[in-house]
Design a protein around this ligand. Structure first.
Ligand code: FAD
Length: 127
């Protein structure tokens, strides 16, 4: 925790939150159980309801009302989060990201195998 100033600034918080959402979707089951689907939707609604950047969360709430979370599969959840992130990117004038599963997996799942520390890499902080 010493790496970060406290409280987190808006951009650090956003970067980390998107990381949690995209990573969770990347490793979400291909065929989730009803309980897993409920947990995934709960994660999204929890962030939308409690996110500390108040104007961010107001906009996010409107966005998920217009386009409710898709949690029926790994692909649906990954693409849905990508689209939500792109709405914010567009609002901020940032480039949009391609929302096909191959591009998403390259960025959030398969690109850096050492990130999970399974091949003797340095990043073993998931334990
Ligand atoms: P981020 O946008 O944080 O992206 C992190 C990484 O995700 C990027 O480096 C890229 O590799 C990858 N990425 C980018 N887009 C996608 C995508 N569509 N799909 C998959 N991967 C992608 N900031 C505001 O100023 N105003 C707001 O209203 C606002 N609302 C937000 C709402 C939510 C729910 C969240 C989580 C954040 C919000 N933010 C908002 C923060 C904003 O989205 C960024 O996180 C912040 O500006 C930092 O941007 P960044 O350049 O570090 O990259």
């Amino acid at each position: 925790w010493r790496k970060y100033h406290c409280p987190l600034d808006k951009d650090t918080l956003g970067d980390m939150t998107w990381g949690v959402l995209h990573s969770t979707a990347a490793y979400y089951p291909e065929s989730p159980t009803p309980q897993e689907q409920s947990l995934a939707a709960g994660l999204v609604h929890g962030i939308a309801g409690l996110y500390p950047c108040t104007y961010c969360r107001t906009d996010f709430q409107e966005c998920i009302q217009a386009l409710p979370p898709r949690v029926e599969s790994r692909e649906a959840f990954s693409v849905w989060i990508c689209k939500q992130h792109n709405l914010v990117n567009e609002k901020l004038g940032k480039p949009v990201f391609p929302c096909d599963l191959k591009s998403l997996d390259r960025r959030w799942k398969t690109g850096e195998p050492r990130c999970w520390g399974e091949k003797g890499g340095e990043d073993n902080n998931h334990r």
